[in-house]
Design a binder for this molecule. Structure first.
Ligand code: UD1
Length: 413
């Protein structure tokens, strides 16, 4: 099993380029199940999760060809299976997003039910309620969810919570439905807007992008298209924190800062400013209270990394996690590196300023792993990060990219 060995304390400088958004490309890959033809996708990051999704598509009969380092040709010459096997859904929950497009284009889907994961139970009840309202019959057997419909008919769906995955799955299920579907209380993450832009390029009629309500006027037919994926705001946020905790000499290039408003507002309150060129200015640091929220609020996917920054701030900060019920797995590992973080229920208290010292630690999910990388870059001595398969699900080639800005990092198999 691979691990990272990082010797902390180096002076870092240079530029980190932000790659394409993992969370945008995953649903877009699923959307290619909606219509036959040849799709071209640009700015696709090289990640484990993309490889997994490509395998899911291949299992359904879709051909995936890499045409250059960050571009793919996806050929849909007819979906050949409607079953997404457990071996993929169990390692990546986003595989469940094939259900909506399969139901829309094939009128049938059978997808392994995702289990819980390190950050919580993560059920799919909102997705299934949406499919039911569109007219699908849902069944469960042997750990698989089945959905079938002779036809899907537009309706009104009110999501109990603005779930990212449910919004994406239901939008994809409704684009070929008869009549109009109105989906209320949708998630507004930029990845959803990217998916809707992609679907509209395919011929869908979706309005209300970036608002709480999406209106989908069903169409009879869709077609393939070419699309460039938006930059990854979560990778950008991680790199901005790396720059902030190492004195601000790293510039973060290629991010769309409009997608980071909730995060950047909190950073300014802490004393870290990012300008339009991706340059980071570190002032006097102050403790803050953070509450994670659906977009445009402070992202749950940047809370673990921000705890490392807050550990460098004199005083007491808090992070209240409201999106997931069990997303503090990184705290024990960060404390092993010298952080002083205490969690009670959904609230973590971070006491700073601390000195960090290298140890052997384990990544438990993508962002928890990213927080360990950040801490190890400023820790004294050497840190060994195990289970980096989680980190590699969401960050491309960190060894070489971080080496280029001065991090003493080695990836060991
Ligand atoms: C997506 C992101 C993930 C991010 C999360 C929240 C992808 C591939 N992943 O995950 O990185 O952390 O959004 O921004 O884009 N819920 C239910 N029932 C449902 C669906 C969700 O109860 O049917 C709950 C979940 O358990 C969770 C909350 O809603 O507590 C938010 O989940 P959701 O927005 O759906 O997250 P994902 O789409 O899984």
């Amino acid at each position: 099993m691979a691990k990272f060995i990082i010797r902390g304390g180096n002076q870092l400088s240079g530029t980190l380029e932000v790659k394409g958004s993992k969370n945008a490309v995953l649903p877009i890959l699923c959307a290619t199940l909606l219509a036959e033809g040849e799709y071209i996708l640009h700015n696709v990051p090289n990640l484990r999760d993309i490889e997994t999704m490509n395998k899911v598509l291949q299992a359904l009969g879709i051909t995936v060809e890499k045409i250059d380092n960050h571009s793919y040709k996806i050929i849909n010459d007819g979906v050949k299976s409607v079953e997404a096997p457990h071996e993929f859904v169990s390692i990546m929950r986003a595989s469940f997003l094939v259900m909506g497009p399969l139901l829309a284009s094939q009128k049938e889907a059978r997808v392994s039910l995702p289990g819980g994961c390190a950050i919580g139970a993560r059920p799919v009840n909102y997705h299934l309620e949406g499919f039911k309202k569109l007219g699908a019959k849902i069944t469960m057997d042997h750990g698989y969810v089945g959905a079938k419909a002779s036809k899907l008919v537009g309706t009104e769906i009110n999501l109990p919570f603005p779930s990212v995955g449910a919004t994406e799955n239901i939008v994809m299920a409704s684009v070929l439905a008869e009549g109009k579907t109105v989906i209320k209380n949708v998630a507004k993450e930029p990845e959803i807007t990217d998916l809707c832009n992609f679907l509209n390029k395919m011929g869908s009629k979706i309005t209300g992008l970036d608002t709480d309500t999406l209106e989908v006027e069903g169409v009879k037919e869709l077609h393939a298209c070419e699309h460039k994926i938006i930059p990854d705001r979560l990778e950008a946020g991680t790199f901005i924190i790396m720059s902030a905790i190492t004195g601000g000499k790293i510039r973060v290039d290629g991010a769309d800062l409009n997608h980071l408003s909730g995060f950047l507002e909190k950073l300014e309150e802490i004393g870290v400013k990012v300008n339009q060129y991706g340059e980071i200015k570190v002032g006097e640091l102050k403790p803050v209270d953070i509450v994670t929220e659906p977009y445009p609020g402070f992202p749950t996917d940047l809370q673990a990394q921000t705890m490392v920054l807050l550990s460098m701030v004199d005083g007491k900060s808090t992070v209240h996690e409201t999106v997931f019920e069990n997303r503090f797995m990184h705290i024990m590992e960060l404390n092993r590196l010298g952080c002083n973080i205490d969690a009670h229920g959904q609230v973590a208290t971070i006491l700073g300023k601390v000195n960090l010292c290298g140890a052997k630690v384990e990544a438990t999910d993508i962002r928890a792993g990213a927080s360990l990388i950040l801490a190890s870059v400023i820790a004294e001595n050497t840190t060994e990060i195990n289970e980096i398969k989680y980190i590699e699900r969401g960050y491309e080639d960190l060894e070489n990219r971080l080496k280029a800005v001065g991090v003493d990092i080695v990836r060991v198999e």
